[in-house]
Design a protein around this ligand. Sequence first.
Ligand code: SF4
Length: 307
Amino acid sequence: MDRQEIIARIQALKKEKRAIVLAHYYTLPEIQDLADYLGDSLGLSKQAAATDADIIVFCGVHFMAETAAIIAPDKKVLSPAPEAGCSLADSATAEGLRQWKEAHPNGLVVSYVNTTAAVKAQTDYCCTSSNALNVVRSLPEDCEILFGPDRNLGAWICQKTGRKMELWDGCCCVHDQITSEMVNSMLDRYPDADVLIHPESKCVNDPAILAHPRVFFYSTAGIMDHSVRVNKNRFVIATEEGALYELGKRSPQKEFIPVAQGVLCEEMKKVTLERLLETLETECGQVRVPEEIRQRALLPIERMMNL
Ligand code: SF4
């Protein structure tokens, strides 16, 4: 089958099987083009909750498909790349979190959605980079917060909210490559451009970057919104490079420059057209979460979605 035939077959199978394809902004362009919904973690979770399709094919990494299976237990959630992992999700284990909670018995646990179901099951509130500030601001002023697993996002939330939090020492190996030096070099080189940065990036720890008038920190969805809304012709983008494809589609007349070459998540590129087709044909790769864990993991996700 050539590429066009594969695409046509995927489209036909989606209709035939009442399947919906959800894809993250960091997947390959050809997968983004086939998605019924393209988004970041928060948007994809909302779509998984809202869809009336029978099958959800989740194009992303494992924890994302697992989150969909937690939210939508009556759907068949399929992952075309079940082995696709995430350095951030891998940095926190259920046992490690249990010990951390034991050391801080009065702490409320706020976990980034990039965690396993077992970690979510021990969490009080989930958050994504889109809603992390709102989630933390909604918690009582006097409560201790244990935030994990991303130390950079945690540090950024502390800066923005003025709240002290205990931070888990994990990171995204992709965004943690984005340094102050890279950002400063692009600010010098493109004096007319806004620099849009994902808060998982290492440079959140630099006060001069945080205070710079042409630097803005956003989730990937927030980066998309800023680039459309703001009347500038050029933006430097400091997040995973897959996002550049959708940015270019939304504003073809604008220029989007990656902050550096190679800010790339290999795990997100594991879903290919061939694997997507095979998944729809065979319905293999179903993601299941044990019911007892699913029910406990659902609570912090629901608290997040209700905010
Ligand atoms: S970009 Fe980072 S946080 Fe996202 S899936 Fe890849 S490793 Fe995980």
